[in-house]
Design a binder for this molecule. Structure first.
Ligand SMILES: [Zn+2]
Length: 196
């Protein structure tokens, strides 16, 4: 019996799928990642697979199609089968190996969603911390000598919070990755302001 996953993977590369579904490529053959706010192509392709170096996710044409179109693995196989005219016989029960692969693919998709969830929540918290300092500085009768520790940090750090938030929203892949690596230290500053 044909392993349809292997068959699709061998006949359609991740790059083929990326082109077919409209990703934008640069001259090096890297693509703008559709899974984060990518301004400089951070998705590379190698041996039929893709990888986004910011999201830190990768996979084959099936993974890419599933994520792009919001399908499960079997749905992506069906879609690729139709869009690339592969003419594979799909309407049968999946083998045990195929069912196992489908489960593993769901787990990988979950890891990607976890990054995006972290990113948007972290941006919200950075913005909240920025706002604290920003609003304090707008107060006419602010007594700098009577600030709480949290307020002092809010004022001292507010431009830095804004910088981190901007970098995470609009920064290069490298800048976003840098913030992800430093997230624990940054969280301590946020907590001093939001949870004193
Ligand atoms: Zn990405």
């Amino acid at each position: 019996m044909t392993d349809v996953f292997r068959e699709v993977r061998e006949r359609v590369s991740a790059q083929d799928a990326a082109r077919h579904y409209g990703l934008t490529f640069d001259r090096r053959g890297w693509a703008l990642c559709p899974f984060h706010a990518d301004k400089h192509p951070s998705m590379s392709f190698h041996k039929g697979r893709f990888r986004c170096w910011v999201c830190d996710v990768g996979g084959d044409s099936i993974d890419l199609t599933a994520r792009l179109l919001g399908l499960d693995a079997m749905g992506a196989v069906e879609r690729l089968n139709a869009d690339f005219a592969l003419a594979l016989p799909l309407h049968r029960k999946p083998t045990q190996a195929e069912a196992q692969q489908a489960r593993r693919r769901l787990e990988v998709a979950g890891a990607h969603n976890a990054f995006e969830e972290w990113r948007s929540e972290f941006i919200n918290r950075l913005n909240a911390a920025f706002r604290e300092g920003h609003l304090l500085l707008l107060e006419d009768d602010l007594d700098m000598g009577r600030l709480t520790d949290g307020q002092a940090v809010a004022i001292r750090m507010h431009e830095t919070f804004e910088h981190w938030s901007d970098a995470l929203m609009f920064g290069t892949p490298e800048e976003q990755a840098q913030i992800f690596r430093e997230r624990r230290a940054i969280t301590k500053w946020i907590d001093k302001v939001l949870n004193p």
